[in-house]
Design a protein around this ligand. Sequence first.
Ligand SMILES: [Zn+2]
Length: 394
Amino acid sequence: MQKLPNTKRLRTIIIMMTLFAVMTITLILPQMLDQYFNKVASSGSASPVSEHALKLHATLLIVDLHADSLLWNRDLLARNNRGHVDVPRLIEGNVALQAFTIVTKVPSRVQLEHNNADSDDVTLLAIAQCWPPVTWNNLLQRAIYQADKLVQFAKNSKGKLTVIRTATELRSYLEKRKKNAGCTAGIIGVEGAHALEGNLDNVDVLFDHGIRMMAPTHFFDNDIGSSAHGLVDRGLTDKGKEMIRRMQQKGMVVDVAHASIGVINDVIAMAGKPVVVSHTGVKGTCNNVRNLSDEQLKGIAKTGGVIGIGYWRTAVCGDDAKAIAGAIKYTAKLAGVEHVALGSDFDGTVTMPFDASGLVALTQALMDEGFSDNDIRLIMGENSLRVWEELLPE
Ligand SMILES: [Zn+2]
């Protein structure tokens, strides 16, 4: 009979095995989650791309208003085989400017309608991905952590990634890019002003960490306003109105993605400056509570803002570039082509028809819908650039 290990040895073995299990989980689990939630559909960009589309695409200034890439433990400076965005794939896709939007709280089993704020899956994700403990129960710290991550990537990128904070930086980056398109830039946004942890002075804190766009709400109602997916639509609160004023004074873009009808109306009524929808679909081609009505599209266009059309199924009721181009066409007809933009929702726990490197499929789909080269230029990025140039601080 084999000799039984003594208690001390047994304890050491258990500790070693536990440590091994924890290390394996913390190394592999984040990658598994990223891979599982952010897929590329195999059929999405299957249509052939013409020579004309390739040539035109190479000359575009492409801007995408929404990607949740900072939520995942992914080295954005390396080319990854999971998720949708990293610097090499942005450069391959000829993306000039990518908005990196920060998620700080998502209810468990999130629905399209009637979510409350009682649960939060981002806490689990933060712990599973070994984010600093300070982020585990503080939404402001989660926003700061993710924003600082992008700034750090930019510092280590040898000039391939620039974080844009001012109109001056944007202009000088675009000048530099004229000579060498082998680089890209990021701008930082936040989904849901619950990231302020109830304190409007934290608008300044987010601004100081480079954040230049924020949506009042995400998947649930908060002290700033109501969500399209919340319980009761009370519009913007007084505190919410004060937040919009402070954001606009500082040169931050107000994003009404995920906002309730009341919040969208309130923001439009008080805006005085262009309002943006960073990622959405339109009821005209895909009718659900998440997507914008004709009236809302017209209201946003009236502010001089842009509507970023998303690429995922709930936004466009389809899985391919044609469905995205269809929503873009509807929006352009209704609101004017100068108010349409891209808002992919890359890395937002959605399956995409292509990743950032495959954007030429969208240029082709827009050509197939009959858009002129000039219209495609506007839609793919120049409309968004117009708004950033106008709103960012000097
Ligand atoms: Zn979103």
